[in-house]
Design a protein. Structure first.
Length: 214
């Protein structure tokens, strides 16, 4: 492992460390079918990654914004129940995290996923000790975007000031670029079909194990 990489890494969660796609899509489609059935096709094709409220608003469309709170509340109730059953780490993630931790790599998570299911999954997978910080969009009283989460992580520990950020969507890339972090794009996540031409990518990887080659 390269000397510079051994300093610090900040990870996105869904689409990078954990595949929660089935659980999330099941919830989106079930709720939409119930409260706005004519928008079901949008629920089937929505990008996973942005904050829940933003995604729910896009699914519902302009004519159903009055149902936004109901959608969000139903999703929270349904997804938190399904999170462990329908989410799993991507191949080799557990081994790579253990190796990085054993090599004293400082690690953190910055995710638009809510804190309750994120911590629930991290504890279930046995990863809690690996991360110095776990920042979710609702970790603090004011909901924050990923750019602000990363800024908070950097300010909490100086070793994160020159960290790599590993993620799978354009939003991850933008957030890393705005915080002057080297962005490592994982090719197996949810953002493979996005337009990446304006994102500064330090390295693209096809497997989490490729982190060992950087």
């Amino acid at each position: 492992m390269g000397e510079s990489l051994s300093k610090a890494i900040i990870f996105d969660f869904d689409g990078t460390l954990v595949d929660s796609e089935n659980a999330i899509y099941q919830c989106f489609q079930s709720i939409t079918k119930d409260i706005a059935p004519e928008r079901e096709s949008f629920a089937k094709n929505i990008l996973i990654g942005p904050p829940l409220r933003e995604t729910a608003s896009e699914i519902l469309g302009i004519d159903h914004q009055d149902k936004l709170d109901k959608f969000v509340n139903l999703f929270i109730e349904m997804h938190d129940e399904k999170a462990i059953q329908h989410s799993q780490p991507y191949p080799d993630v557990a081994n790579v995290l253990l190796t990085l931790y054993s090599n004293n790599v400082l690690m953190a998570v910055a995710t638009n996923k809510r804190q309750v299911p994120t911590i629930k999954l991290i504890k279930y997978f046995g990863w809690l000790d690996y991360f110095e910080l776990i920042e979710c969009n609702d970790s603090h009283e004011i909901v924050r975007d990923k750019c602000k989460m990363i800024k908070h992580i950097k300010s909490s520990n100086k070793r994160f000031e020159n960290a790599y950020f590993v993620g799978d969507t354009i939003n991850d890339g933008i957030s890393a670029n705005l915080n002057n972090l080297r962005f490592i794009k994982v090719e197996y996540g949810y953002g493979s079909n996005q337009n990446w031409k304006n994102i500064l990518i330090h390295k693209s990887i096809n497997s989490i194990t490729d982190l060992n080659k950087i």
